[in-house]
Design a protein. Structure first.
Length: 326
């Protein structure tokens, strides 16, 4: 029966609207699926032995020549490598910070040619394995103490751990190991991201930025984040004085001396101060922190509080963590 309802001459309104509704519903479902689709995951290695299955893992690392030239080879996932050359030696060794720095993206064959005759190093921090002194609060040593909560697996503590008691001034020793994620671009904030949060205010960044110089012009790849967001930075506040990141899946250390802010009542009368040694080298020397860093800058500062090993969706491992209050 003709209802007499027409949208356009000769086209009945009701059937036409049904088709439009079905079309709009289908489009909505497609868009919903796209929006809800999880972020694509990339292959991630947390064990050095298993990482050997990736063709770039064995070639990545640090090399030195007899004339003192040092290179850092960071694996990318397309069969290429970011090769950073320090003519004045590797940072933290016989390094001249004013010496020439070159960078190139090379194939595995080209890297082998460049590194021919050079010695491959696997540097270890001089404080790796350092034992807690008398009176120190051991937070993690193969198992959690009562002063720390978190997930322990395979004898290691994983990102997301937190102290269970507040502290003030301290010396902290911590050892961390970043995952191997070559499919993420160098400086990507998803390339092994964690962070040591002091009092939930001041973040010392933990990230795989091995093989990058803090002057972006010295790198041969486009960086995906600001240089004040890289390893050992005070997040978005200050970069280290020396680039001391080791390759992923090598153990690294932070040795930190922290002086908490001082208060008279609710009024802050002195800012926090901090010194950081990354892999045994001073990279921040008695730096004043006028407020928190990154997201911590919007939180009230405290004279005493907890420490947090940030869980940023990356499997960062920790071991041998202890703290000595001052």
């Amino acid at each position: 029966m003709d209802t007499g309802l027409y949208f356009l001459p000769g086209i009945p309104l009701v059937p036409f609207m049904r088709k439009i509704s079905v079309l709009l519903l289908s489009m909505a479902l497609v868009l919903s699926a796209v929006v809800a689709a999880p972020k694509s995951k990339v292959q991630t290695w947390t064990d050095p032995e298993e990482a050997k299955s990736h063709p770039g893992f064995a070639l990545q690392g640090e090399y030195v020549a007899d004339d003192g030239v040092g290179i850092q080879v960071a694996a990318l996932d397309d069969g290429k490598f970011h090769v950073l050359t320090y003519s004045g030696g590797l940072p933290g060794e016989e390094w001249d910070p004013d010496s020439k720095i070159n960078a190139k993206v090379l194939t595995a064959e080209e890297v082998s040619t460049v590194a021919k005759g050079m010695k491959k190093l696997e540097r270890k921090s001089p404080t790796l394995g350092k034992k807690a002194p008398d009176g120190a609060l051991v937070l993690f040593d193969r198992e959690l103490s009562d002063a720390m909560s978190g997930k322990v697996k395979d004898g290691l503590l994983w990102a997301g751990a937190k102290t269970t008691q507040d502290v003030g001034d301290f010396h902290l020793h911590i050892e961390f190991r970043l995952p191997y994620k070559p499919a993420r671009e160098l400086s990507s904030q998803d390339r092994g991201n964690s962070g040591l949060y002091i009092f939930n205010n001041y973040e010392v960044q933990i990230l795989d930025t091995f093989g990058l110089d803090f002057d972006a012009e010295n790198n041969a790849v486009e960086t995906k984040s600001n240089f004040k967001q890289w390893c050992a930075c005070f997040y978005k506040f200050k970069s280290p004085d020396v680039p001391m990141a080791f390759p992923p899946l090598q153990w690294q250390t932070y040795d930190i001396d922290f002086r908490a802010p001082r208060f008279e009542g609710d009024k802050k009368i002195e800012n926090a101060r901090i010194t950081v040694r990354h892999n045994g080298v001073v990279v921040h020397d008695d730096v004043e922190l006028p407020k928190g860093t990154g997201a911590g800058g919007g939180r009230p500062e405290k004279a005493k509080s907890f420490l947090l090993l940030q869980d940023h969706g990356n499997p960062v491992a920790f071991q041998n963590i202890w703290l000595l209050e001052k």
